[in-house]
Design a binder for this molecule. Structure first.
Ligand code: FRU
Length: 609
């Protein structure tokens, strides 16, 4: 055969070679815990197989022998639970090496080579993010496309768009590789998934923080630049700055980061412009000291420590995290009070995570909490369910609104809930207010955001009248897996308890009881469906209803795996996850030990986009 003939055959073989020919992806075992994967980055993704029960492997991405990225993946050993994509586009056209150190020592390289991940690792131009968790993934709450999510953070509102960032692991459905995921919405209900906004770097993972729109350009990046402060978390925790000139899509990190360092663990910086003092103010969680620190700055880069608040106050049995500080004008008196949010974990009201707050005054440097009528600064909770944590507010919300959102889970079991493609949703958005309760004290309310009214569809059941022991039953919608809003007004001055039970044909149920003598609402999810994944999940939570007249109004939102109960316009709130094996199909309302008058009970189906 002539040389041209050989070349022609070689060219033909090359053409016929599969896309993942050895030259494009080469796996090289170096020892029982170390493997090099050489990749020609022509495809969009390197698909990595994950086994949830395996410990993380450390992956260094080498470009020209230098470490360009480091991340952690539970590389599958005996079975693949799901796959995650590693984005190759930043390395397009280059040859890169993944230096992978797996944690489990095998007895021999031969055994290590059998790990299923080495056969499953592939190149691809697409990654399937279509929803595979239709049983529990909520329909009108924000969830990540795939992977793990915890705290909402860095939220700001600009030009009609609500920006939501969140603690995100793009490489698995358990906590790791903290990155700021990003979603946007123009109605707080329908969310659009954006690209990851801030990724880990040499200073560490990107923990929670906040964003502001720097309207006057005080930081030097021009007017209306979006400036983020977040915690760089590695061996230590420090605060770093990044700015965005494209409305929060991409961020540039300050080369001189960090901007705040301390000698002890501090995180989750939350800043705002103080119009009275013409300075930036910042609250920072001094986590292990169980207090919040306050700083001021003229330019978002240079911060001066001014004061601290919280030592020995409120719940102290866990770390203090994710602060927020904002003014609220009281509806009745017009007086302005400040709310300091101090999320705490553990030692929440029913174990694990909880949203604690203090009401008081802020003079630009110091927070002073009000004493209650008993002369004490009492512990106050924003939510009396188990599943609202790391709640913070949007910066710059329109019309003077103080709109907040929480992470709808609890550190006690967030990584064990029965979903895998994604883990965790956010709560519904809520509006904060302050009210004076019959005990003479001030409390914060959190009512459903007005946008939620737009979800109301058909009234599928309604009722009014006196309720006794026999009670009344109402059908829940059959559409959208029973997703609905229930409203009711109850006048129970004639005493007794009024119970609301959601149930399905399998006998799974959630019972909510208004105890008119104790002025409490309880929420029992012990028989709600799948509960065995954590001993901390089956629970009975109890909220004070903060009324003294036997009258309450309720709005209850159900969305596949969550129930949010708002009483008296958010004066008491309970957010609880549930995992029924079938959607709840019925609501029954009964009064025990008296009669109660029911008004305006309505079950609305929801019109979802
Ligand atoms: C709260 C928290 C924050 C931290 C983040 C890390 O849930 O512990 O304090 O910034 O999660 O993901």
């Amino acid at each position: 055969m002539t040389r041209t003939g050989i070349n022609a055959i070689l060219a033909l073989t090359a053409l016929l070679a599969p896309a993942t020919a050895a030259a494009e992806l080469e796996v090289n075992h170096l020892g029982v815990t170390n493997t090099l994967v050489r990749v020609k980055a022509d495809s969009t993704y390197l698909i990595l197989p994950v086994q949830e029960s395996i410990d993380d492997a450390r992956i260094n991405v080498l470009v020209d022998g230098k470490i360009a990225d480091t991340f952690y993946v539970r590389m599958a050993k005996s079975k693949t639970d799901y796959e995650v994509p590693f984005d190759l586009t930043p390395y397009k056209g280059k040859e890169i090496v993944l230096d992978i150190v797996t944690p489990q020592g095998r007895s021999s390289v031969r055994e290590a080579k059998e790990d299923v991940c080495w056969k499953g690792i592939t190149l691809a131009d697409t990654f399937d993010t279509s929803d595979r968790e239709k049983k529990y993934r909520p329909l009108y709450h924000h969830t990540p496309l795939y992977g793990w999510m915890n705290d909402p953070n860095g939220m700001f509102y600009k030009d009609g768009v609500w920006h939501l960032y969140y603690q995100y692991n793009p490489y698995g459905s358990k906590w790791q590789n903290m990155t700021w995921g990003h979603s946007t919405s123009d109605d707080l209900i329908n969310w659009h998934h954006e690209d990851e906004a801030i990724r880990p770097d040499g200073l560490g993972a990107i923990f929670s923080g906040s964003c502001v729109v720097d309207t006057a350009g005080t930081a030097g990046y021009g007017r209306d630049a979006v400036v983020a402060l977040y915690t760089s978390a590695a061996t230590n925790q420090m605060q770093s700055l990044a700015y965005s000139l494209d409305n929060g899509k991409t961020f540039t990190k300050l080369s001189s980061n960090p901007v705040i360092t301390l000698e002890s663990e501090a995180r989750d910086p939350n800043m705002f412009w103080n119009e009275e003092t013409k300075e930036w103010n910042l609250a920072l969680a001094h986590a292990l000291d169980r207090e919040m620190l306050f700083f001021t700055s003229p330019d978002l880069k240079h911060w001066t420590l001014q004061s601290s608040f919280g030592k020995g106050l409120g719940a102290q049995g866990g770390v203090w995290e994710c602060p927020d500080l904002f003014p609220i004008k009281m509806a009745d008196t017009g007086e302005t009070k400040w709310i300091l949010i101090c999320n705490i974990n553990p030692d929440g009201p029913f174990g694990g995570s909880g949203v604690q707050y203090f009401i008081g005054d802020w003079d630009g440097k110091t927070f002073t909490a009000d004493k209650d009528s008993d002369g004490k600064i009492n512990t106050k909770w924003l939510d009396y369910g188990k599943d609202n944590y790391a709640l913070v507010s949007w910066s710059g919300a329109p019309d003077g609104r103080r709109t907040v959102i929480g992470w709808m889970s609890n550190w006690q079991y967030a990584a064990d809930v029965p979903t895998t493609q994604y883990r965790s949703a956010n709560t519904l958005p809520r509006e904060i207010g302050i009210f004076r309760a019959p005990d003479g004290n001030l409390y914060a309310s959190s009512a459903p955001s007005p946008e939620l009214l737009s979800l109301r569809g058909k009234t599928v059941a309604s009722g009014k009248g006196n309720i006794g022991k026999a009670g009344k039953s109402f059908k829940l919608p059959t559409t959208n897996d029973g997703a609905c809003e229930i409203t009711a007004e109850i006048d129970a001055r004639k005493g007794g308890n009024v119970s609301f039970t959601l149930s399905n044909a399998l006998g799974e149920k959630v019972t909510m009881i208004y105890d008119t003598a104790a002025h409490t609402m309880s929420f029992d999810r012990r028989n709600s469906g799948v509960t065995s994944f954590s001993e901390n999940f089956p629970a009975l939570t109890v909220a004070p209803t903060r009324e003294n007249n036997g009258k309450i109004t309720l709005r209850i939102f159900i969305d596949r795996s969550s129930i949010e109960l708002f009483g008296n316009d958010g004066q008491f709130v309970m957010t609880n996850l549930v995992f029924p094996n079938q959607p709840y199909s019925q609501l029954s309302v009964k009064a025990d030990g008296g009669t109660a008058r029911l008004e305006n009970l309505k079950v609305y189906s929801l019109s979802l986009k």
